[in-house]
Design a protein around this ligand. Sequence first.
Ligand code: MN3
Length: 209
Amino acid sequence: MENCFYPFINTDLAYSFDALEPYIDEKTMLLHHNKHLQAYINNLNSIISCNPQLKKLSLEQLIRNCSKYSQKLQTELRNNAGGVYNHRFFFDGMINSSEYNSDSALAHAINCSFGSFDGFKAEFTKASLSVFGSGYSWLVHNGNILKIKTTPNQNNPLECGFCPILCLDVWEHAYYLKYNNLRADYIHAWFNIINWGRAEQLFEKKVRC
Ligand code: MN3
C-alpha cells in the first residue's frame, strides 16, 4: 500500500472509475473514492496533527496499536485510520480482469478451509449478508489458516491479529445507487471483479497488506 505515513493523501485508484462496470458503476466509484475515502483521509490527518506522537506510525501500526490510547483516540483511530485502510484495501482488491487460479496456494487453502470455491463463495456471501448496518466482510489468514470475519463500521481484523486477504465494503454507500437495498445482488456481482492475483500475493506474503 502506498502512502502509509502521515500526511495521508488520496492516492489514485489503479484503474479508471468506470473500469468495474457493469458490476460497480462509475458514479458509485467516483463518490466512494473522491468523497467518502477523502473524508476519512482528512479526518485522519487532522487527528494526527493534534496528536503528533502518532506521526511516526504507519497506517497499519495506527490500527494494530489503537487499544493503547485513550478511549476517545481509540474510537477516532478505529473509525478513521480504519476508514482509510479499509477503503484502500477494498479498492485495491478489485480489478476488471478477474481470474481465479485454481492451482494457486490460496485456492488450495480455500478448498481445505471451505470444501471448494463454491463453499467459500456461499460462506462469504452469508457472512456479508449478516453484517447488520455498516461494515465489512473479510477473508483473513492467521498463519496458514483461512477464516471469514465480519467487522462493524470501520473496524479492521488487524486489531485482532488477522491478516486481510480480501474485503468487501457492505456499507450502503458502496452499492445503493446501483443496487438500492439489494445487498445480495451487489455481493454476487463483486465476485466477478475480485483481484485474485493480489489476494494470492497477500496470502503468500509476497506483498504487505
Ligand atoms: Mn465505503
